[in-house]
Design a binder for this molecule. Structure first.
Ligand SMILES: Cc1cc2nc3c(=O)[nH]c(=O)nc-3n(C[C@H](O)[C@H](O)[C@H](O)COP(=O)(O)OP(=O)(O)OC[C@H]3O[C@@H](n4cnc5c(N)ncnc54)[C@H](O)[C@@H]3O)c2cc1C
Length: 426
């Protein structure tokens, strides 16, 4: 009898299982696929959010949650040798090949000249708010808890202004700010979490699909097996991403596009923030095993149930158009597009729900990360939810076993294909 059965081996389930096991509980992690992090956690952009993206929103919540997550990352993951992010008056990485890239991310805010009349005033307010809050980010002092420094408004204004000199064409930019966000190597993070989980005695059961949940056990079917098996555990945690809809009625699933371009269009990481979602564009340059490629996203989401071929074609044309306006003509042969899945707990307001959720449902506890980067706070707070004090120290098993069990991100797989094509054409 284990203390916990964690259902779903995406980043949410893996991070939660690791932190519980590291903190003294016994955990079995159950995943239906052959490998872990093969679904939504393989389809994301690899953008580590510190809150800067949400500074323009009226609600402090997102910003606060992300900063709390940064705190948890520094406090509870600082002993991982690859956790190379340091935060003090500045943010920097201690080496090039760890969890985080050393490239700065920029936020370029469109001026009021570029927005429609309807939006002018609210956008002017949002611009002012973003500038004020982003300057507050620059005054953070990591020697104290970052979250406790959330005193919006009282901080001196120290703008870090980079007047649209990013070397890409972002029309009507009012100002651009440096942020503490970084690109992250999601596979390396997942491999390290699994190494820690295994080193502290956790067990992983792949190719096992959970069919039903009851208090104190899950009913599952193993690949190739005839009958269902009962896996007993004192507590069940559900971290099933988009398949959560099979167990819950109040979750919704969105799809959002990402475009991969090889070779990289630029090495600058940025978001062009616009009140018009379809004009918002972001770019991350990924470097994986010597391959450098662009990953371009926008702010448009679709209901997953309507994700048909027609939507895909329309979105593809739109993304190619957007990218061409910013980077100059993009050759469609060098680009490929996919949709990632995002699961959220339904809320009555129209505001998007990026937060992580830990919800008691009687027979099980639901754990949704909201973002890949929020897996750190999610894990720490699931522990606390069960009255377990999270432990800071970790040790790691040899990398080989863990590497074989973690899927490569979809964007890397696609970039490799595009690079091969590129070589053949050349
Ligand atoms: C386009 C896009 C870009 C994104 N970019 C970023 C980004 O840059 N930064 C960021 O922080 N976040 C990003 N996100 C969000 C991020 O991808 C997700 O929040 C996160 O990966 C979700 O992780 P998860 O573990 O909840 O889900 P998943 O990774 O889908 O894991 C769920 C797991 O449960 C397993 N499972 C399901 N049902 C069962 C069952 N019955 N039995 C056994 N196993 C089961 C599945 O096989 C799967 O492995 C992005 C999302 C989208 C859509």
């Amino acid at each position: 009898m284990k203390d916990f059965a964690v259902v779903g081996g995406g980043i949410a389930g893996l991070a939660v299982a690791e932190m519980l096991q590291r903190s003294g509980a016994s955990v079995v992690l159950i995943e239906k696929n052959k490998t872990l992090c093969a679904e939504a956690s393989a389809e994301q952009q690899g953008w580590f959010h510190t809150g800067a993206l949400y500074t323009a929103l009226p609600n402090n919540f997102f910003c606060r949650t992300m900063v709390g997550n940064l705190d948890d990352l520094v406090d509870y993951y600082g002993e991982f040798p690859n956790m190379n992010l340091r935060v003090d008056k500045h943010i920097y990485t201690t080496n090039r090949d760890g969890w985080f890239s050393n490239r700065t991310n920029f936020y370029a805010y469109t001026s009021c000249a570029g927005v429609s009349w309807k939006w002018k005033l609210p956008w002017a307010v949002a611009l002012h708010r973003a500038k004020r809050r982003m300057s507050w980010f620059e005054t953070l002092d990591a020697s104290r808890s970052l979250s406790h420094q959330l005193g919006f408004g009282a901080k001196p204004l120290q703008y870090v202004v980079h007047r649209s000199s990013l070397g890409v064409s972002l029309d009507h930019v009012a100002f651009a700010l440096k942020s503490r966000d970084r690109a992250m190597n999601t596979r390396l993070i997942a491999v390290d979490l699994l190494r820690s989980f295994l080193a502290s005695g956790g067990s992983v059961q792949t190719q096992t699909k959970v069919l039903g949940l009851e208090k104190g056990a899950v009913l599952a079917k193993e690949a190739g097996g005839e009958a269902s098996v009962k896996i007993p555990a004192r507590h069940v945690i559900l971290a099933t991403g988009k398949d959560t809809t099979a167990f819950e009625t109040n979750t919704k699933v969105f799809i959002s596009p990402l475009m991969v371009v090889y070779p990289a269009l630029t090495d600058i990481n940025f978001v062009r923030m616009s009140p018009h979602m379809e004009k918002t564009i972001n770019h991350i340059c990924h470097r994986n095993n010597g391959l450098e490629y662009s990953l371009i996203g926008n702010a448009v989401y679709h209901d997953a149930q309507q994700g048909t071929g027609a939507v895909l074609e329309r979105v593809r044309a739109n993304m190619l158009g957007l990218a061409s306006r910013v980077f100059g003509q993009v050759d469609a042969k060098n680009a490929d597009l996919f949709f990632g899945y995002k699961t959220e707990v339904s809320s009555s307001s129209s505001i998007r729900n990026y937060l992580y959720h830990i919800l008691d449902r009687g027979d099980y506890t639901l754990a949704l990360p909201g973002k890949f980067s929020l897996c750190f706070s999610l894990a720490v707070n699931v522990c606390r939810h069960f009255g377990i004090e999270p432990v800071e120290q970790s040790r790691l098993a040899e990398p080989e076993a863990a590497q074989a069990l973690i899927e490569e991100p979809l964007h890397y797989q696609m970039a490799k294909r595009l690079a091969d094509q590129h070589r053949t054409c050349a």
